[in-house]
Design a protein around this ligand. Sequence first.
Ligand SMILES: Cc1cc2nc3c(=O)[nH]c(=O)nc-3n(C[C@H](O)[C@H](O)[C@H](O)COP(=O)(O)OP(=O)(O)OC[C@H]3O[C@@H](n4cnc5c(N)ncnc54)[C@H](O)[C@@H]3O)c2cc1C
Length: 379
Amino acid sequence: MKWGNRLNRHSTYEEWLVQFDGLNGIELERNTAMDLERLKSELESWSQTTDETSWPDQGVKLLTKAGCWRNAIPKIHGGYGACSLDRLKLYETVASASLTLALILTQHDGACELISDSDNEALASELLPQFASGKLLTTVGISQLTTSRRGVGPAMQAEADGESFRLSGVMPWVTSAGKAHCIVTGAAIEDGQQILACVPTSTAGFVVKEPMRLMALTDSWTSEVTCEKVLVTREHLLRGPTVKALARRAPAKPLTVSSCGLGAAGSLLAAIQERRGSLPGAGELIDKKIVKRYEAVRDRLYQAAESLNTDAQEIPATEIRLEVNDLVTRLAVSLMALLKGSGYLSSHPTQRLVREAMFFLVWSAPPSVQIGALESMWE
Ligand SMILES: Cc1cc2nc3c(=O)[nH]c(=O)nc-3n(C[C@H](O)[C@H](O)[C@H](O)COP(=O)(O)OP(=O)(O)OC[C@H]3O[C@@H](n4cnc5c(N)ncnc54)[C@H](O)[C@@H]3O)c2cc1C
């Protein structure tokens, strides 16, 4: 499969923009400092119109128009090369209007990071500009190497085949798989080592299953993907064979889920504020406790984020994740208590936020986050 135009490295950044923006005909804001307030209000008015199963096409176009796909991509490949702090602010903003779009964007950025930080410069130069412009979409299918341990043995295996590898197995969870042009995935080799590869979804033996029906976020088109002896040539290899293919991750990674959680917390808190008059004593509790807890958790996350691009000591990412999980869960329960029976109607617009809140208990949650969430609930 020939991926798009081969690019000469000498074109200027502006030539990049002209070359790619024309492709998808979307007029782009030319400034790199994203207008997050404007993006939030555009996404909020759009998200009022969505159903919970269709692919969020218009929402994706709004992200393209705002230049969101460029954020995690280095400037040399047509991106903004945004710092971790700006990336986390964007995730919070998008998640406060649409958790589905935040999930699609973070998985896309996760794949772009692994490609730009890979040993495969040729592939990065070929693909990243097309991802930056929104012409092509990508995502990751790596939970089989991280937080999903289905049954015994590695879920995805790679067998050497001359200079190449053959992938066989399953990626249990891949968001936007049905819309992605390629998926960054990982597999275990018999000798215990691992590889990371960027596989075009059109490759023979690569099967994207129907999007799963989920408690929420069904419109993220998250699917199981199976591989039957899928060929991975050197051209598609990103890392490995190596002991831990995902040892190196981008600085923003440890706080990515938490920043989306903060966005979800912001929209839950806004819904709670709207009902502050519906229950005697609620207003005082909201001001004295709930808002204070929200602000304290938010301050802690951004204090840690400030130090991400410095050589400060390791940030307390798990602690912050647990605080965000605890905040989102408490806000969801509090909103439900204020909504009463009417909030239990599946037609009620706000009950979706309560269902979405549960996602933070299962998204990229290692045992330390799982047990931490249980302990904080039963302390
Ligand atoms: C909506 C959604 C979108 C996602 N998108 C992506 C994505 O785009 N890319 C990506 O890489 N990941 C993605 N993930 C995966 C996510 O980050 C986690 O990896 C996933 O939620 C882990 O859940 P699991 O059920 O697969 O875990 P598993 O570990 O497979 O657990 C499955 C079940 O087995 C039980 N179990 C597990 N281990 C044991 C054991 N040792 N003994 C007994 N029972 C056990 C568990 O209790 C659980 O009930 C997504 C997940 C969701 C829900």
